[in-house]
Design a protein around this ligand. Structure first.
Ligand code: ZN
Ligand code: ZN
Ligand code: FE
Length: 746
């Protein structure tokens, strides 16, 4: 008899990994044990060569649905005397041994089948789950992940559930949120504070089909739902929520979704992942109200991800709007009492339940781009998944990175892993700022994080920067676009000493190293540092912050700069124009910026696609991209590239005017291609002259599929580093900050 010790690293705790190993060991006739510890799962087996090989194969090929195996390490194990007689699941190490938490997962196929089975104990039970699915991060109150440390602690298991929980051969062995109609949470419907008689799902379906707005308590917060095919209901929801144009997310079962969209195979598989993100899909088939996403050809869809959602979607047999329940800009509502007060003026009916939400998590938003799937908003289903730190970062220690002001998210490094936290929102909003502070202490406490260094943005006015300064720890200030660059390097596992890359960072705004505002850069560098090798020619941001919400301000500044003041006179209304020109001339509240995002806004305004005042970030840019996507032209407007890497859009504006200043999809497409060509030219020069090893793409503008496709085409033949699991926007900033701060100290 020979012995082996197998170490398994990755997402292997709380996902049914030990019972899986137990079953394989039994099957192969191995003896020994399996346990959870601080590094993952440890397996000690004794038996013959073949049986051991069988175990190794199974670890790779048959791991449970929610497991992610990062590494398997094999060592000899000297089998104790006398040898073990069977195979056991041994007790975990002491408290603190289990360090990983699994993200929440959508209802699995087995549980879905069970709630539809009239004969099953859990027929139509809205809280059905098992080891392969169900709530995780949203119900955890402490570690290790055991039932007393979840919001399921309040529910005592009935004998039937307990028997399943204790049976290693059962799908629910050690499923902490296990529940049934006899012992678990229950759902009910309320109207005007009165609990209604009857099944919550049936009552909600009736209200939705009648055009009403229903608040539904979900996994990471409340949603507001209405019938997405009912334009009046959609309009009423928008009015009550004070949300005039921002796109609304939709939920539908597969067959219903397929009536209104035509997902590719890659999009279907993304929709069906256990994370069940919102996936942006083109409109197709039966039309839905334009008001769901005005001016945009994409709609955000998700599949039902809890039993409650499945029952509801089946009952209505049509798509539902499922938007975060919040009051304009504030964080999503999570408590029952909070919902009753805050949503009273919005929702007609409430579907409540009595399982508490320990942690607010929005739905994740993702999109399949020319580069593959990309996470745009990282939240439910993705967090707290970790990323292994790249080679060279083994001694990085514990770093805390606080992110930026917009799309705020935190990042913690520990044990060679980076944990990029969930989307928290815009910190200008007082309630979001409070939620950010709460999330900071929550993460630090839950993961027992004791940072030696804190990383912040260079911008002294960001709330997160000030919070970092007040912590009394060593502080590392990281330039905004350098952090974006490091984020994309890190997610691609670029080694600490992998050499320099050319980073094309196209973004909104960030404070530059020279004190001006950046946002359209080519940075030549690595984790440790960078130089600015290319940039968009700066233009004034007339009115400062107002220029972020009012695209015509940027149009005026850019046209005047290009010597096209007469064209500007035709496109920008008179009174505002005069005042603005005076301010620009006097340099009053008109800081210079190389922001690519603001140039996109300017051209969107030129094409008449931008509202005078945007009601949400990205409104002008998304319509502009949608227009460009409708054109098939291969032509490009020229951007001049100087020898010092300055990219000047003046020629582009002049070419557009020479065309007759058309407000067409073709013009939008020519702009996209021209800009991509110019940035690609600078980056290609850096690689071909041997100064850079690869090209990396980051910044919020990389969410633009048309631009990304042109960049990939223009950079053909060069090694490319692109975003996938980490947002290209400011939601990924904290990862980059953490890596830069760590690199400076290694
Ligand atoms: Zn399940
Ligand atoms: Zn039960
Ligand atoms: Fe940014």
């Amino acid at each position: 008899m020979q012995g082996w010790e197998i170490r398994v690293r990755g997402q292997v705790q709380g996902v049914g990994f030990r019972p899986f190993v137990w079953a394989v060991a039994r099957r192969a006739g191995l003896v020994g044990h399996v346990l959870n510890d601080a590094e993952g799962v440890l397996i000690r087996i004794a038996g013959d060569e073949d049986a051991c090989a069988q175990m190794q194969r199974a670890l790779r090929a048959e791991a449970p649905a929610l497991a992610r195996v990062d590494a398997i390490e094999l060592r000899r194990w000297s089998v104790p005397e006398p040898a073990p007689e069977g195979f056991d699941i041994a007790a975990s190490g002491p408290a603190g041994a289990e360090t990983r938490v699994t993200p929440d997962a959508a209802t699995c196929a087995d549980c879905h089948a069970e709630i539809l089975d009239r004969g099953a104990r859990r027929f139509r039970y809205p809280f059905t789950n098992c080891t392969n699915c169900g709530p995780r991060f949203t119900i955890i109150t402490g570690l290790p992940y055991d039932r007393p440390n979840t919001t399921m602690a309040a529910f005592e298991m009935c004998p039937a559930c307990r028997a399943e929980y204790q049976d290693p051969g059962d799908r629910r062995f050690h499923a902490q949120p296990i529940a049934c109609p006899d012992c678990g949470p229950r759902a009910w419907a309320e109207r005007g504070g009165e609990v209604l008689e009857g099944e919550a799902v049936a009552l909600a379906a009736e209200a939705l089909l009648g055009g009403e707005i229903v608040a539904i308590k979900g996994l990471g917060g409340f949603h507001l739902a209405c019938d997405a095919t009912n334009a009046e209901a959609v309009a009423r929801l928008r009015t009550r929520k004070h949300r005039p144009t921002k796109p609304l997310a939709l939920m539908a079962a597969r067959a219903v979704l397929a009536r209104h969209a035509a997902p590719s195979r890659e999009e279907w598989s993304l929709l069906a992942e256990p994370a069940a993100p919102i996936v942006l899909l083109g409109r197709a088939g039966e039309a839905l109200p334009e008001a769901l996403a005005p001016g945009i050809d994409l709609l955000g869809w998700m599949l039902p991800y809890t039993p409650l959602h499945h029952l509801l979607c089946a009952a209505v047999d049509r798509p539902l709007v499922m938007t975060s329940a919040n009051v304009s800009g504030a964080p999503q509502v999570i408590g029952n009492e909070e919902a009753r007060t805050k949503l009273a003026m919005i929702a007609d009916l409430f579907v409540m339940h009595d399982r508490e939400i320990a942690r607010r998590l929005d739905d994740s938003v993702e999109r399949v781009l020319p580069s593959g799937p990309m996470v745009l908003r990282r939240a439910r289903g993705r967090v707290p998944g970790t990323l292994p730190l790249p080679e060279g970062f083994a001694d990085a220690g514990q770093v805390l990175a606080l992110g930026g002001q917009m799309k705020a998210a935190l990042c913690l490094t520990k044990n060679g892993q980076a944990l990029l936290g969930h989307h928290l929102g815009e910190l200008d909003e007082a309630e979001t700022w409070a939620a950010w502070q709460a999330a900071l202490s929550d993460y630090r406490e839950l993961f027992d994080h004791r940072p030696e260094v804190v990383a912040v943005d260079l911008h002294p006015g960001y709330l997160a920067t000030r919070a970092g300064e007040a912590m009394g720890l060593d502080l590392e200030r990281v330039q905004h676009h350098h952090a974006h660059l490091a984020a994309v390097l890190g997610e691609n596992g670029w080694p600490l000493d992998g050499g320099k890359v050319a980073g094309i960072v196209l973004d909104g705004l960030g404070l530059g190293a020279d004190g001006s505002i950046w946002g359209g850069e080519v940075l030549l560098g690595d984790y440790r540092g960078f130089e600015r090798a290319g940039y968009l020619r700066p233009a004034p941001l007339p009115g400062g912050d107002a220029a972020n919400r009012e695209p015509w301000r940027n149009l005026l500044a850019r046209l005047d700069q290009a010597g096209l003041s007469e064209l500007a006179d035709r496109l920008v209304p008179a009174p505002a124009r005069t005042v603005l020109r005076q301010a620009i001339a006097a340099g009053v509240n008109a800081p210079m910026s190389s922001s690519a995002g603001r140039l996109f806004d300017a051209f969107s305004a030129a094409l008449g696609m931008a509202p005078a005042r945007m009601s949400h970030e990205g409104e002008a840019a998304m319509r502009f991209e949608a227009a460009a996507a409708r054109s098939t032209t291969q032509e490009a407007y020229p951007f001049a590239v100087s020898s010092c890497g300055e990219i000047d859009p003046a020629q582009m504006w002049q070419a557009w005017q020479a065309d007759g200043a058309p407000k067409t999809p073709g013009a939008a497409a020519r702009f996209h291609r021209g800009l991509a060509n110019a940035f690609a030219e600078v980056a290609r020069g850096l690689v071909e002259s041997g100064r850079a090893e690869a090209v990396a793409l980051s910044g919020g503008v990389m969410q633009n599929a048309v631009l990304l496709a042109h960049l990939i085409e223009a950079l053909d033949g060069l090694p490319l580093l692109l975003h996938h699991a980490v947002p290209a926007n400011d939601g990924g900033l904290a990862l980059g900050q953490a890596l830069v701060a760590a690199a400076r100290r290694l």
